[in-house]
Design a protein around this ligand. Structure first.
Ligand code: ADP
Ligand code: MG
Length: 324
């Protein structure tokens, strides 16, 4: 089931005065995908999302939704909806009235707007608390109400700006499962901004990695993680070593590094137990740090300690060159 529609960003640009926050980015998101927009703080994620939502003027370029240029339409006319970082629920309105708020603004009668609001509160499992005020809810419950409120206008694209960052780690993981399930049920496009690579990998069908106002790399989550194109993406996504090989920078997955009889000589600098894995930091004679991640039973076969000399090996073809 697909209720969404294609979204295209064409040379989309945002300047605040002279400061370039988003620099001619291009992207095409197919209908019904869970897209995660990630990158370090200040790289232009929120500006991009707010332009798509219509909460920020486009400086240059355009936003095309379902074949129509929506760049200059007011937010309510775009077919998008946004869920904010700090939920921004109205404290004096009940859960039901919060959820129905946009429909009241559109002048719909009470019976109609409550019917739609109740349907969405049911979907996010908040029906039982429909008469409560936001202050009587937990963080996770407020989150669900904010979701219902954003979805009440039946958007084709839901925009979420760091929706899980205010939650404690346990709840964050639970809520991300719920978000993914909801997106599947609705079949609409979600564009979810996060600065966490774990969250992006857990949720995203497509990842868009931004850095310094541009898109460094985008594509299916697995491609971005397993084949980073640049040193920035390799380091930001984690799990990779960036090493100098034959005079060029190359990426090597930490879980592809093994200790062999012969290979690149290195010394173990530290060892960290991570449950299922051991993380072994090593330093080569050239002074490069290389991380090896190995399953606990492999580690216990031939236990190592800091200061031990090792030879680092990996299978042919596992090292891939990075663009400079
Ligand atoms: P992110 O969400 O990735 O952290 P933002 O899109 O919020 O990044 O910000 C991108 C850049 O634009 C930053 O340098 C930020 O300081 C700047 N910026 C964001 N909003 C404004 C604003 N309203 N006025 C001026 N500069 C802004
Ligand atoms: Mg932001």
């Amino acid at each position: 089931m697909t209720n969404g529609c294609d979204l295209e960003l064409i040379n989309l640009t945002k300047k605040y005065g002279d400061a370039l926050a988003v620099d001619r980015i291009n992207a095409h998101f197919k209908a019904g995908q869970y897209v995660c927009l990630l990158g370090p703080s200040g790289c232009g994620k929120s500006s991009t999302l707010r332009m798509i939502a219509g909460h920020e003027d486009v400086t240059d370029g355009s936003i095309v939704l379902d074949g129509f240029d929506v760049s200059y339409l007011p937010p309510a006319k775009r077919g998008t909806a946004m869920m904010f970082q700090n939920y921004a629920l109205f404290p004096h309105l009940s859960v039901r009235d919060n959820a129905a708020f946009s429909l009241r603004m559109k002048g719909q009668d009470k019976a109609t707007r409550y019917a739609v609001a109740d349907e969405l509160l049911e979907m996010v499992d908040m029906s039982a608390l429909a008469d409560r005020l936001p202050s009587q809810l937990s963080g996770g419950q407020q989150q669900r109400v904010a979701l219902a409120r954003a979805l009440v206008t039946k958007p084709k694209v839901l925009l979420l700006d760091e929706p899980l960052s205010a939650l404690d780690p346990f709840l964050r993981v639970r809520m991300r499962t719920e978000l993914k399930k909801l997106q599947r049920e609705l079949g609409i496009t979600f564009i979810h901004v996060t600065h966490g690579q774990d969250e992006a990998l857990a949720l995203g069908d497509e990842l868009v990695v931004m850095n310094n106002a541009v898109i460094e790399q985008s594509g299916p989550a697995r491609d971005v993680w397993s084949t980073p194109k640049t040193e920035f993406v390799a380091r930001f996504m984690g799990g990779h070593n960036v090493i100098t090989f034959e005079g060029e920078k190359a990426a090597l997955r930490a879980d592809d590094v093994r200790f062999g009889a012969e290979g690149l000589p290195a010394t173990i600098t530290s060892i960290e137990y991570q449950g299922a894995h051991f993380a072994l930091n090593t330093r080569t004679q050239a002074g490069e740090d290389i991380l090896a991640l190995m399953p606990d039973e492999v580690f216990f076969d031939t236990p190592k300690k800091p200061g031990d000399a090792v030879s680092l090996t990996w299978d042919e073809g596992r090292l891939h060159r990075l663009q400079t």
